[in-house]
Design a protein around this ligand. Structure first.
Ligand code: NDP
Length: 238
């Protein structure tokens, strides 16, 4: 491997939405980017790998492919996520479990596989995409909010465990961002979300990607265990 060619970055769920914007921002910063999704597609110039974060074996195989083609992963953006919104009264155990298994246990599977090589390298950046609802809750989103709040305690524990190895773990909490996920909401739901934002507008995936690229950059070396919102002021810093 040639030095100074850019670090290897992995973005889970990097084929569209917020993940795709993060992948593009990291590529623009000169990193060599792999994007993972269940379909395995990737934008031009990036390595696409098939990964289901709900399956540890699939996570391991995808890392193996990235390591073989690009080298050890130094930056992980744990972004893959799903929603299965419904009020608690009608929320099945399966809907609760599936969302936790993808959003929280999926992040654990990816981080666990990523950190062994990072510990050998003695450097790494773990960036977890949570949500504003982790802090403020959301009606019909008990499963999703629980999964996203879980990421905060998970990341902060990793921040403490791995700092001696020069590995940081930070959490980004987006507010309402224009993607397939929010396109699936009804007009009324989107209007209610937007009304709660001081500027009365949704954000773009690039708004989140700019922070992710900064957290991955050398300038962010002393930021660890942070929870940083990108939500237009919706959570007022929480
Ligand atoms: P999208 O629905 O547009 O994209 C979700 C991504 O996750 C896709 O790339 C999808 O790929 C991938 N994904 C889903 N399940 C799995 C899985 N089991 N294994 C691997 N990849 C998977 O969502 P957004 O871009 O809007 O959201 C990205 C992240 O940001 C999510 O974690 C979301 O919770 C969070 N977020 C989004 C907000 C918003 O307003 N949009 C607000 C706050 C947080 P594929 O289906 O091809 O596998």
């Amino acid at each position: 491997m040639v030095e100074n060619e850019g670090r290897v970055a992995l973005v889970t769920g990097g084929n569209r939405g917020i993940g795709a914007a993060c992948a593009a921002a990291l590529a623009a910063a000169g990193e060599r980017v792999a994007v993972a999704s269940r379909g395995g597609s990737a934008p031009e110039g990036m390595l696409g790998v098939t990964m289901d974060v709900a399956d540890a074996d699939s996570v391991d195989k995808a890392f193996g492919k990235i390591e073989a083609e690009l080298g050890p992963v130094e930056i992980v953006v744990s972004n893959a996520g799903i929603v299965r919104d419904t009020l608690l009264a009608t929320m099945s155990e399966e809907a609760f479990h599936d969302v936790i298994d993808t959003n929280l246990v999926g992040a654990y599977r990816v981080a666990k596989r990523a950190t062994r090589p990072m510990m050998r390298l003695r450097r790494g950046r773990l960036i977890f995409i949570s949500s504003v609802v982790a802090s403020i809750g959301g009606p019909g989103q008990a499963n999703y909010a629980a999964s996203k709040a879980g990421l905060i305690g998970f990341a902060r524990s990793l921040a403490r465990e791995l700092a001696p190895r020069n590995i940081t773990a930070n959490v980004v909490a987006p507010g309402p961002i224009r993607t397939d996920m929010t396109d699936a909401l009804t007009e009324d739901q989107r209007a209610a979300l937007t009304a709660a934002v001081p500027g009365k507008r949704m954000g773009d995936p690039q708004d989140v990607a700019a922070l992710v690229a900064f957290l991955a950059s050398p300038a962010a070396a002393y930021i660890n265990g942070a929870l940083i919102p990108v939500d237009g002021g919706l959570s007022m810093g929480h």
